[in-house]
Design a protein around this ligand. Structure first.
Ligand code: ADP
Ligand code: MG
Length: 257
């Protein structure tokens, strides 16, 4: 059967580290897959945390996203089938920004890599490194939607302005259609007043672009990747799994698919 619809490409971005980008990429992707959607995750972080979180050792890879971006290797060559399909990364990706800098169309390497597979998936979910460099720019250029995980604390708000400026530049120059799908409060300790106040500030500034879904703090999110699993597989009926299923529902309710 010929599939005519193109995958919706969602990038998970925030130049701050430790805000649950990787966790959200994997667990939302698995929540989509549970609903029967065909999902590809793409690891664009040289740290390879997303790759590891599906039980794959980045150091054991002979080919990875580096080769896709720098040497135009077909992306299918670096896709492994786990809970979802995953295009793997390893530490050599750290050299990709310099290696790509001389390429014509260096911002579009990822978008180009997606062309042969864009009809094979319903969702492509891209994890990004904690920076707004060329790897993240490639992801934002290839995407139609951005989900921004934000840790519930005052300081994390400031980085959002910088991310918005980058998005503005991407829209002006590379990808006019990319937009923020939503801002996701993560690592939330609902017992503290600080977390509540931080969310109020977020909502004052970003209004209904802040998801109604909240991701609470639990050690399950640290335990699951060690086993090479999403939290949906690790503890299917747990609060952590439910929170990402709720997020999937909320994203789908926006009519994204
Ligand atoms: P990023 O990709 O933005 O750097 P990660 O997804 O790697 O962030 O998350 C940072 C750390 O926080 C990881 O150790 C992860 O297991 C943990 N973590 C993520 N989400 C939660 C959560 N809701 N509660 C507790 N720990 C979390
Ligand atoms: Mg990460």
């Amino acid at each position: 059967m010929q599939n005519t619809a193109k995958a919706k490409v969602i990038v998970f971005a925030n130049q701050k580290g430790g805000v649950a980008k990787t966790t959200t990429t994997l667990n939302l992707a698995v929540a989509f897959a549970e609903k029967g959607y065909r999902v590809l995750c793409v690891d664009m972080d040289p740290q390879g945390n997303l790759t590891m979180s599906q039980g794959i050792d980045p150091d054991g890879l002979s080919e990875s996203m580096f080769d896709v971006l720098v040497h135009d290797l077909p992306i299918v060559n670096v896709i492994r089938k786990r809970e979802i399909d995953i295009a793997c990364a390893s530490i050599d990706l750290a050299g990709a920004e310099i290696a790509m800098s001389m390429k014509i169309g260096r911002e579009r390497s990822l978008e180009k890599a997606f062309r042969p597979i864009i009809h094979d998936y319903d969702f492509i979910c891209i994890d990004t490194p904690p920076s707004l460099g060329l790897l993240t720019i490639n992801a934002l250029t290839a995407a139609s939607k951005v989900i921004v995980p934000v840790q519930c604390e005052y300081l994390s708000m400031r980085g959002l302005i910088q991310l918005q400026n980058t998005l503005h530049m991407i829209r002006e120059n590379l990808n006019p259609d990319v937009e923020i799908e939503g801002i996701l409060p993560t690592l939330m300790d609902s017992r503290t007043l600080h977390a509540k106040e931080a969310i109020e500030i977020l909502e004052e500034n970003f209004g209904d672009r802040v998801f109604a879904s909240r991701i609470k703090k639990t050690v399950r999110f640290a335990e699951a990747p060690v086993k090479g699993m999403s939290v949906l597989k690790y503890e299917p009926d747990g609060m952590a799994a439910r929170s990402y299923r709720d997020l999937a529902k909320e994203v789908l309710s926006h009519g994204i698919r």
